[in-house]
Design a protein around this ligand. Structure first.
Ligand SMILES: [Zn+2]
Ligand SMILES: [Zn+2]
Length: 172
């Protein structure tokens, strides 16, 4: 559970230790590009911070999977991040702060941590992965996976040198 009753938070802080499933409906269609495998573990502390404000401080951890940007096989990477979020009434002095989430009346008397976790996750997932640091990638000529061995194609030559050599040959 990542929802917390405000009235109980006004009495005492809540210890957060929960998993946001990869199938939760907080995820949007475009998030599939930065998927969380097996869900995201969220730990921390949510407490009242005076005059209708609530503060969450904690960590998230999970695993993401994307295609290796060199060879296109699936590559995985752990994602670990700190999360600090303030929930406050809209229209206040904190509205321009990206780490402030509106405390919506429509949510009732509940603080939902899921949108904040989603946002932080998307910020932290690396824009690309490599299956290993020395991945050789795919041959630009035949498309073979060069990690599996040499495909036999001739090494790439630089087109500019090629042109220069042609000029020289023509001049002879
Ligand atoms: Zn690779
Ligand atoms: Zn090749």
């Amino acid at each position: 559970m990542l929802s917390f009753d405000i009235r109980s938070l006004d009495r005492e802080a809540a210890t957060v230790d929960a998993v946001l499933p990869a199938t939760d409906d907080v995820w949007m269609a475009e998030d599939i590009l930065r998927p969380a495998l097996e869900g995201i573990r969220v730990t921390g502390r949510l407490s009242a911070a005076g005059s209708g404000r609530y503060y969450f401080s904690g960590h998230l951890s999970g695993e993401t999977q994307q295609e290796c940007r060199r060879c296109l096989t699936p590559a995985q990477s752990p994602v670990v991040a700190e999360v600090h979020v303030l929930f406050a009434e809209p229209g206040g002095e904190d509205d321009d702060d990206p780490d402030v989430f509106p405390l919506e009346g429509a949510q009732g008397d509940v603080i939902d941590l899921r949108p904040a976790v989603r946002e932080q996750w998307l910020l932290e997932v690396p824009p690309f992965l490599e299956c290993r640091p020395d991945c050789k990638g795919l041959c630009k000529r035949c498309g073979a996976d060069l990690n599996a061995g040499d495909c036999g194609c001739a090494p790439e030559t630089d087109a500019r040198w090629e042109a220069l050599r042609k000029l020289r040959n023509d001049a002879q």
